[in-house]
Design a protein around this ligand. Sequence first.
Ligand code: GDP
Length: 297
Amino acid sequence: MAFESLTERLQNAFSKLRKKGKISESDLKSAMREIRLALLDADVNFTVVKNFVKTVRDKAIGADVLDGLNPTQQIVKIVNDELVKVMGDSAVGLNKSPKIPTIIMMVGLQGAGKTTTAGKLALKLKNEQKARPLMIAGDVYRPAAIDQLVQVGQQIDVPVFQLGTDVDPVEIVRQGLQKAQEENNDYVIIDTAGRLQIDEKLMDELSRIKDLAHPNEILLVVDAMTGQNAVNTAEGFNNQLDVTGIVLTKLDGDTRGGAALSIRAVTGKPIKFIGQGEKMKDLDVFHPDRMASRILG
Ligand code: GDP
């Protein structure tokens, strides 16, 4: 992942300030204009950009950067702190159930990376917590989806519960949860159907699965490469399902950064994981401070 253009343009704005030594009001103003345009070109949500720039400007003025010592360093720090804040301050871990199994429901549009992420997460839990997850194949509309999850399961040696495509997904989940009880699985990861767009039928099905399974975690999987569409999708899913966290996939292919920088502020829900490649190992906990450092370069 590299938001090259954003990084370059922010660094450019800072280096112009640095050359000034002392910073006048108009220097600050033009720096803020450059930061604003850099964020908008990175496809960051308009309201998020507006608030961001206003906060940075107010803090810079409050910190007496005008005519002060090391003013550029101070501004870089203020921008860094605000980037961290807008992405959620600190890493947020998975919600865990007080008694096993912890139930995680994956939701998202088709192609966002749900099935892949279900496998990545299962592997992570297995490796890091010696967990014994069970995955449930709840996408009955795309026949290949079940095969795909079964293959992923084989690859990482995690069992997959499936009843083919002719059974109602709610019933599949009910039986899958029963199986997890019997087998003493400590995590259950439910893969659900996606569509190309949000529609009522899909939301109704996901709500029914939610009502039955009472998941500890509803992870919304969104494709970072789709920028503000990812943010709008997240708002749509969140309004219907009250998700508990977001997984931002395909950050390895995202050159702009708009989704990463907007989605927390717009939805109020934390980014918990980021997908950074197609391999099963390519899932990381999201750390806002590390991401801010990477953006500032
Ligand atoms: P689903 O329809 O939501 O279940 O999506 P899939 O899990 O089938 O993923 C769709 C495509 O995105 C697949 O080709 C995955 O390999 C790919 N994919 C998923 N996550 C990532 C990621 O973090 N990085 C990259 N580069 N590709 C990903």
